[in-house]
Design a protein. Structure first.
Length: 325
């Protein structure tokens, strides 16, 4: 039929140049944050078997990785500590000479303010039982006793030089108590990136190897139920009211709808964590020749941005910059 169809959307897909011109979603180095694991008792990086291409860093290799992250123009690095010794109360988390705090100081000494040095604020890597809080006499996670440790941990990390602290344990009141402690200690400019929406997820599995977790059981009494969405908005509202500067949804891929709801609901920046299991699935499928690895990486990260995340924590951060170039 002459003149039909009158509307041809394919015109805007006809070449790479026109697709680039009309792309609605951007993926840029500044939007990516690289999570890093720094281990206390090693002198060379140790590969993480369930996360091909990711390592537990020594202090020296972590320094080099941080410098590279800065040179690539990444938004930041998120540091996790892997101590040689764990105990019931996670005392290594508040020790100024503990691995996470010295790794923060190492990173800041290398890059100054040219790259945001972020630190995970949780004690699960430091506890012998693997939970994100201390346990009471009945073996349950004691919310309020844990908050006291989080407050001390936040000040220790800021004292080490962290630009951003990330309370991630899903304890009620964690943002408020950390903000109060930071302000009282004079760290009024230290940013809080709140793990506001963190679900009890099967996709955390490889992370347990990465941090040497000894967790038995699960974290369902404090992390969110994956059947619930309204609960996520309630958690976000509480964290923003308590002083969160940025809120995060974790995991990302199984919760793209939550990212969108949070983005539409709040006026603060929204981050999302492209977690270990999501990373491992792509790497495993690519290793078997089932998918195009590089295309899948960029598609995955773009989908998280499209859902509404301003910032993405991803183990592909450094590689993604090279792919984008």
């Amino acid at each position: 039929m002459p003149g039909f169809p009158e509307v041809r959307p394919r015109r805007l897909r006809s070449t790479a140049a026109v697709r680039r011109l009309v792309a609605e979603t951007t993926l840029e180095p500044r939007q990516l944050i690289l999570p890093m694991f720094v281990r206390e008792d090693i002198t060379e990086p140790v590969p993480i078997k369930s996360m091909p291409g990711v390592v537990q860093h020594s202090r020296d290799s972590a320094r080099k990785a941080v410098v590279e992250a800065a040179s690539l123009g990444l938004g930041g690095v998120m540091l996790f500590g892997v101590p040689a010794v764990q105990d019931e109360v996670g005392s290594g988390a508040v020790d100024p000479n503990g691995i996470l705090n010295v790794a923060i100081a190492d990173a800041v000494s290398e890059v100054g303010d040219s790259l945001l040095v972020m630190s995970d604020l949780c004690i699960d890597e430091f506890t012998s039982h693997g939970h994100c809080g201390v346990l009471d006499a009945d073996g349950r996670v004691d919310n309020d006793a844990t908050l006291r440790i989080y407050a001390e941990m936040g000040v220790a990390q800021a004292s080490a030089g962290a630009h951003v602290v990330g309370p991630s344990g899903m304890m009620d009141g964690q943002v408020g108590v950390v903000r109060s402690a930071l302000d009282a200690a004079g760290f009024i400019d230290t940013v809080i990136l709140a793990y506001a929406v963190k679900y009890a997820s099967a996709f955390f599995g490889p992370f347990r190897e990465a941090v040497g977790s000894s967790l038995q059981g699960d974290r369902k009494t404090y992390q969110q139920d994956n059947a619930n969405a309204r609960d996520a908005i309630r958690e976000v509202d509480l964290d923003v009211a308590e002083g969160a500067d940025i809120v995060m949804v974790k995991p990302a891929l199984a919760y793209l709808d939550i990212i969108r709801q949070v983005r539409d609901h709040v006026n603060v920046p929204v981050a999302a964590y492209n977690i270990s299991g999501e990373y491992a699935m792509v790497e495993a499928a690519a290793a078997n020749g089932w998918i195009n690895r590089e295309a899948a990486i960029l598609e995955t990260l773009t989908s998280i941005r499209r859902a509404g995340a301003d910032t993405i924590l991803t183990y592909w951060a450094a590689e993604a910059v090279h792919l984008l170039r």
